[in-house]
Write a protein that binds this ligand. Structure first.
Ligand SMILES: CC(C)(COP(=O)(O)OP(=O)(O)OC[C@H]1O[C@@H](n2cnc3c(N)ncnc32)[C@H](O)[C@@H]1OP(=O)(O)O)[C@@H](O)C(=O)NCCC(=O)NCCS
Length: 170
C-alpha cells in the first residue's frame, strides 16, 4: 500500500485526472516545494490489475513562531471511476493510524469540512492557523492525533526545511 519509487508517474497522472488543471498553483503546493514528502505516509490503493486508483501523500510543515511540527494531509485523490467506494476513507484512515504510530500529533489540510469532518478534521482547532494566500480560512481544518495537540498552536504555516528534518530525525 506504500507508494513505491516507481509509482510516482502513475500517482501524478491520477492527481492530474482527479483534480482540476492547475492544481500545483494551489497555495498549499507552496508548502511542498523543495520538501520531501513523508515517505511512510505516501500510500496508494491498487485495483485488481495493479493499477493505482487512489493515492494520498503528506508533507511535514511548521506552524507559528514556535515552529510546531504538523503534517499537511494531501493531495488525496481517487480515480473518478472508483469514487464513492470508500477508497478515500481507507487511505485517510490508514494514513492517520500510521501517522500516530510515527509520533505525529497534529494534522492540517485545506478542504471541505463536510467530507473531512468524518475523519475528525474540524475548523475549530485550526482557528488562527494561516496558510499562504490565497487560502480560504474556512477550509483550513485540523485534527489532533493526540488530544490537546492544537492548544495554543496558531500562526503562519511554513515549509519544513531539510535541516529541520535532519534535526527531527536526530
Ligand atoms: C475526495 C476524494 C478523495 C474522496 O474519495 P472517495 O473514495 O470517493 O471517498 P469515499 O468513498 O471514502 O467517500 C465518499 C463520500 O464522500 C463524499 N464526498 C466526496 N467529496 C466530498 C466533498 N468535497 N464534500 C463533501 N462530501 C464529499 C461523497 O459524496 C460520498 O458520500 P457518501 O458516503 O454519503 O456517499 C475523491 O472524491 C477525489 O479524488 N476527488 C477529487 C480530488 C479532490 O477533490 N481531492 C480532495 C481535495 S481537498
Amino acid at each position: 500500500m506504500r507508494e513505491r519509487a516507481g509509482d510516482a508517474a502513475e500517482v501524478e497522472w491520477l492527481l492530474d485526472t482527479a483534480f482540476a488543471p492547475g492544481r500545483t498553483a494551489l497555495s498549499s503546493y507552496r508548502l511542498r516545494e523543495g520538501v520531501e514528502p513523508v515517505a511512510e505516509l505516501c500510500l496508494v490503493a491498487r485495483d485488481e490489475y495493479d493499477a493505482v486508483v487512489g493515492a494520498i501523500r503528506h508533507w511535514p510543515v511548521r506552524i507559528g513562531p514556535e515552529g510546531a511540527p504538523a503534517l499537511l494531509l494531501g493531495p488525496v485523490a481517487v480515480h473518478p471511476t472508483r469514487q464513492g467506494e470508500g477508497l478515500g476513507a481507507i487511505l485517510i484512515g490508514e494514513a492517520m493510524e500510521r501517522a500516530g504510530d510515527l509520533g505525529w500529533t497534529r494534522v492540517l489540510l485545506v478542504g471541505d469540512e463536510p467530507y473531512y469532518g468524518r475523519f475528525g478534521f474540524r475548523r475549530g482547532p485550526a482557528e488562527g492557523v494561516e496558510f499562504p494566500p490565497p487560502t480560504n480560512p474556512a477550509r483550513i481544518l485540523a485534527r489532533e492525533l493526540v488530544p490537546g495537540a492544537m492548544a495554543g498552536v496558531a500562526g503562519r504555516v511554513r515549509r519544513w526545511t531539510e535541516t529541520e528534518r535532519r534535526d527531527a530525525d536526530g
